[in-house]
Design a protein around this ligand. Structure first.
Ligand code: NAP
Length: 500
């Protein structure tokens, strides 16, 4: 078998920091490959960031071959150049069929034999989770897990990283029988967003913000990751997940870790990940007696009159008696000297009024208010808002003098807009992460112990909801979730930031 290789680069802008790589994409016919992975690879190619003489091998059960996969990609991405498409091969086969891996070994050896230097291998598991274990096991059985002399072998794995702590540990055991942890790149695509990485810059590169990041300034922390859409045609998958597993365990807790971790000793990948793990270790959830009060779930019902949005129970492939939550809100605490006593409210959900991800540090009222100004901010306290999406940026809300004769105050805002993600030079999340995996930088990937700590936080909640016989509170599609989630804050004299 011969591989189709791209001629060496003709532009000096191309970077040569990684070896030629065989990128093996399991699940290449799927939604993620279409929407994110192939577009990211094309962008990397155009920027000269895809190592020279690399090859992309799509693997799957779909009845395709090299040409039909290329045609399919051309249909998905009309702008794909034939030069780039020439790098694509397809290997048809079952994920649990040893013949697939024998065929893959031949293609990889063939690719390597055409190169003057050793090749790296990057396996990308873009299949549903049930295929992860067979693929990993068969790669090892075929000896394809080992690094080829002089090159690297890495594996990128998509979430979900297990369904709970036990299954995550089982997946890790399977992974670690085949790969060293240093070869494993667990993707949480939120970490690839520039605005998320900007949290570190804001926190650690500015004298102004550093003292503010402390319980003496911060009254409470709020993290919201909301979606306007329902489950649409992903009901079958969502029934096995729910909001806590789908969003809280990964995106929300990653935002929390980056926002609240201690300054790392360096910006090395291990130093940053060590601090994230330490922070997650310090996160405290309510004890069993308080779980009901401090962990709120909800399920969207139909939108109010006049809208066609169905409720969750009416969605395709959803059990009409399902108790899967589409909304989750928790009150957490971080038990360390910096954050002790500061409540952390996190929430995520589907069919909410706005699609956004943001972190809010609500600040304490000044201890002494000589002009009785405080009341103007009582409903909307001073706050530092880190907006991840849409419109990434920063807002500082404060009180300013109301213009006029009176010495009275009104709320004011200072804003900073982060350059649009589409602006040249700002990589999309998958583009950034794929590139980092190609060059072997794991900083923005999730380490095994981070996954374990995240499940330690989320597991008791999911278990208690599964065991509970109380009905799942319903909220109308298009609202900000069940009223119980508001009570989480109002009974402590607080409100969700800006959501009404
Ligand atoms: N889509 C997203 O936006 C998104 C976001 C974050 C994470 N993820 C994760 O990324 C992975 C891929 O997502 P996706 O949306 O692309 O999945 P998908 O479209 O459902 O599946 C990808 C491919 O995997 C194969 N496949 C489907 N069902 C399978 C099964 N039961 N057993 C083995 N193979 C199966 C199919 O290829 P063949 O039939 O050709 O083998 C399919 O085209 C999943 O782990 C998902 O959780 C996806």
């Amino acid at each position: 078998m011969t591989g189709t290789l791209l001629a060496p680069s003709d532009t000096t802008a191309r970077t040569a920091h990684a070896l030629p790589t065989a990128i093996v994409m399991f699940g290449a016919s799927g939604d993620l490959a279409r929407r994110e992975l192939f577009p990211a690879l094309i962008n990397l190619f155009r920027q000269g960031r895809l190592p020279e003489q690399s090859l992309v091998i799509g693997v799957g059960r779909s009845p395709l071959d090299d040409e039909t996969l290329r045609e399919r990609i051309r249909g998905w991405l009309p702008s794909a150049e034939s030069q780039w498409l020439g790098r694509i091969r397809y290997l048809r086969g079952g994920y649990d069929d040893p013949a697939t891996y024998a065929g893959l070994a031949t293609m990889l050896a063939d690719h390597a034999s055409q190169l003057p230097v050793p090749a790296d291998r990057l396996y990308y598991l873009s299949t549903p989770a049930q295929a992860f274990e067979p693929v990993i096991g068969h790669l090892a059985a075929a000896g394809l897990n080992r690094a080829v002399a002089g090159g690297h072998t890495r594996i990128v794995i998509e979430k979900p990283f297990g369904q709970d702590e036990t299954s995550a540990q089982r997946l890790d055991a399977v992974l670690h029988r085949a790969f060293d942890e240093s070869q494993v790149y667990r993707i949480d695509h939120y970490l690839g967003k520039d605005a998320v990485q900007n949290i570190l810059t804001l926190r650690f590169a500015n004298a102004a913000f550093q003292p503010m990041w402390h319980r003496s300034w911060v009254d409470n922390v709020q993290i919201t990751v909301s979606e306007t859409v329902g489950v649409n045609d992903r009901g079958g998958f969502y029934e096995t997940a729910g909001a806590a597993r789908d969003m809280l365990q990964n995106h929300v807790l990653q935002l929390l870790a980056l926002t609240m971790m201690e300054p790392p000793a360096s910006l090395s990948s291990e130093a940053i990940r060590d601090e994230k793990v330490r922070l997650l270790e310090a996160v405290r959830l309510a004890g069993p007696a308080e779980l009901d009060r401090l962990c709120v779930r909800g399920q969207y019902g139909p939108a109010p009159e006049g809208s066609t949005t169905p409720g969750y129970l009416q969605e395709p492939n959803v059990d009409p008696a399902s108790r899967t939550e589409t909304y989750a809100a928790l009150r957490l605490e971080v038990d360390n000297p910096r954050w002790s006593g500061v409540p952390v409210y996190v929430r995520t959900g589907k069919c909410l009024p706005r699609r956004m991800a943001e972190v809010v540090l609500q600040l304490r009222r000044p201890q002494h208010l000589p002009f009785a100004f405080g009341h103007v901010l009582d409903d909307a306290p001073e706050a530092l808002v880190l907006r991840i999406q849409p419109d990434p940026g920063l807002r500082l809300r404060f009180a300013a003098k109301r213009p006029g004769h009176q010495l009275s105050s009104q709320p004011a805002e200072m804003t900073f807009s982060y350059p649009a993600q589409t602006q040249a030079g700002v990589p999309q999340a998958y583009e950034r992460l794929l590139h980092d995996a190609l060059v072997g930088d794991p900083s923005l990937f999730v380490r095994s112990d981070e996954v374990r700590q995240s499940w330690r936080i989320v597991d008791p909640v999911v278990r208690s909801w599964a065991a509970s016989s109380t009905p799942v509170p319903s909220y109308p599609a298009g609202s900000w979730g069940p009223v119980e989630a508001d009570r989480l804050l109002t009974r402590e004299g607080r409100r969700w930031h800006d959501d009404r």
